[in-house]
Write a protein that binds this ligand. Structure first.
Ligand code: ATP
Ligand code: MG
Length: 567
């Protein structure tokens, strides 16, 4: 991470951590973890949690942050996700060194701890059906009822639990429950499930286990076993904290460490969803082309789109950490990106919608080498060469035959400056005799105007161009938001999401040209196409011509769109 990045504001979590260190709690240690479930790709919301957990660890002397996969649900998890999560955390700029853990790596310890709970009378095997369980649980307004199996003897419970582990029972026939309080106003405390029977293959432990711990049981104990001091999670776990503490308290003798759970608000971002389940639905239904589709708010999608890790880290710092709802405007994310790219993206020229221009004053076959700075403020980024020749392309929109008053670009008989080259004048418009469509312009250039206007002439417009013979054909994909509404998470209830999908989220332009220096630009490289915005070479291998993804425009267009209409 670069040192020039701003230091994070002191949020309430950093205050708690600082106070704990000062008070000598946990012997002054600060240990955090990022605990993804490997059931999808990471998204921008996870970036907030990664930056917080790794950030807090890095800011404290000898602080550590572990990466731990909370892999307690083999039916939803895949090795593919385990790999992609590691790639994404590293890409974002964080390092767990040798501290990569799996909840499944603790399965034996978790099992032994469950036996201890049973022996101490804190857990029992319940044999109610799923339906009866639901009914016994009660509702928000009504207390639950005690299971008829609640008072099984310790010996019976141990025997049944051991047989569950040996695989003697079918799925769903028994569960292990904590014995807490069926009348608790907090439903999470109404004898929650600790273990379920599931004869399923696990990506890490294979067929070793026919029973799996629940997330709530495994998560707090893995934290404690790992020596986590501050267990940072999102607000939906607030109601689970009493259970977290209950479990850890009951087993304190064996654990010796009680992590403190602290909740903060989830990030949500306008015009997109940040839920792995919903993102998975978009992938499965073919609305996007995979988890790394450049329209996705996943870290892999943002990377493919041209987002930089530094931009995402800056974004996470600016949104801050609190308990208040954190619904963030897309404009903020984009402005962090623009800020970073403006500093580092080499400039280049590309024409997205080419119109052929013949420079009649340049003899056939004559080529002149011009040079241009790769970055206007950063001479260290060097120069590139461009070739000036008889045929060039300009943007179709930069010529207007019948221009409105304020039009400053090329018009019949008018002059315009070509960026990094000469002033040209449009002498003739060539049209297709059948369709009347403009097929070319004939222009003349003034050799005295290279890089500068003669003192007697003012040429207002500046447009970009590429040499016809030296430029390369490319495809450009341009994106809009995936959803038409600012809060699709609220609108998307059940399976009605198709209603809110933006049909124009992807536009493919197949006939674009980029300047010669961009030939063989490696996948992932990002350029500022002058006057057009930032573009990133797509990282998926393509058949045929290279693909550039439009990353972001040069200016914030959101502010303009959201302005009140003038009366
Ligand atoms: P999703 O709802 O997308 O499935 P999740 O919370 O189930 O997310 P996990 O893999 O369990 O995903 O998340 C790992 C960590 O990232 C958790 O600590 C979780 O609180 C945090 N996290 C997930 N989504 C967000 C978000 N939108 N904002 C901040 N933190 C998040
Ligand atoms: Mg989760």
């Amino acid at each position: 991470m670069s040192r020039s990045e701003e230091s994070p504001p002191i949020d309430f979590i950093r205050q708690i951590v600082a106070a704990d260190r000062l008070a000598g709690k946990n012997d002054g240690r600060v240990v955090t973890r990022f605990p993804p479930e490997p059931n999808g790709f990471l998204h921008i919301g996870h970036a907030k949690s990664i930056c917080l957990n790794f950030g807090v660890a890095a800011e404290n002397p000898a602080g550590r942050c572990n990466l731990r996969f909370d892999d307690t649900n083999p039916l939803k998890e895949e090795e593919l996700y385990i790999q992609s999560i590691q790639t994404d955390v590293r890409w974002l700029g964080f390092d767990w060194e040798d501290r990569l853990y799996y909840a499944s790596g603790y399965f034996e310890q978790l099992y032994q701890l469950a036996e201890q709970l049973i022996e101490a009378g804190h857990a029992y095997v319940c044999s109610l059906s799923a339906e009866a369980l639901r009914e016994y649980r009660g509702t928000l307004t009504q207390p639950g009822r005690e299971s008829p199996y609640r008072n099984r003897s310790v010996a019976d419970n141990l025997d049944l639990f051991r047989r569950m582990r040996r695989g003697e029972f079918p799925d769903g026939s028994h569960i292990l429950r904590a014995k807490i309080d069926m009348a608790s106003p907090n439903i999470n405390m109404r004898d929650p499930t600790l273990y379920r029977i599931l004869h399923a293959h696990h990506h890490q432990t294979g067929d070793q286990w026919p029973i799996y711990p629940t997330y709530d049981y495994a998560h707090c104990l893995c934290d404690a076993l790992e020596g986590i001091t501050h267990s940072l999670c999102t607000l939906e776990f607030e109601d689970h904290r009493p259970l977290y503490d209950w479990i850890v308290d009951r087993l304190q003798g064996s654990l010796g460490n009680h992590p403190q759970q602290i909740e903060f608000s989830r990030l949500s971002l306008e015009y997109t969803v940040v839920s792995k389940r919903k993102l998975n639905t978009l992938v499965k239904s073919g609305i996007v082309d995979g988890w790394d589709d450049p329209r996705m708010p996943t870290l892999s999608g943002l990377r493919r789109r041209g987002y930089t890790p530094a931009a995402i880290r800056t974004f996470c710092q600016r949104i801050g950490i609190s308990k208040t709802p954190n619904n963030v405007e897309l404009a903020l994310l984009e402005s962090c990106l623009r800020e970073d790219l403006d500093k580092q993206a080499p400039r280049a020229m590309a024409v997205l919608n080419p119109l052929r221009v013949v420079i009649t004053t340049v003899p056939e076959g004559q080529v002149e080498a011009l040079s241009a700075a790769n970055h206007p403020q950063n001479p260290e980024m060097g120069l590139r060469s461009l070739h000036w020749s008889r045929e060039i392309f300009i943007e179709r929109e930069d010529f207007c035959e019948d221009p409105p008053k304020q039009f400053k670009r090329l018009v019949p008989g008018g002059e315009v400056r070509l960026r990094q080259a000469y002033v040209i004048r449009c002498d003739q418009v060539v049209k297709d005799p059948q369709s009347g469509e403009i097929v070319a312009l004939h222009c003349s250039h003034d050799p005295a105007t290279l890089h500068a206007n003669p003192p007697d002439r003012k040429v207002k417009g500046v447009i970009h161009w590429v040499s016809a013979a030296h430029s390369h054909p490319v495809e450009v994909r341009s994106y809009e938001t995936l959803f038409t509404v600012p809060h699709p998470d609220e609108a998307w209830q059940g399976d009605n999401f198709a209603e809110w999908i933006n049909p124009n989220s992807l536009t493919v332009l197949t006939d674009c040209r980029v300047e010669e220096s961009l030939k063989d630009a490696p996948p992932g490289s990002i350029f500022q196409f002058e006057r057009l915005g930032y573009f990133c070479v797509d990282s998926k291998p393509t058949q045929g011509i290279p693909v550039f993804n439009r990353t972001v425009g040069l200016r914030d267009t959101w502010a303009k769109q959201q302005q009140e209409p003038k009366g």
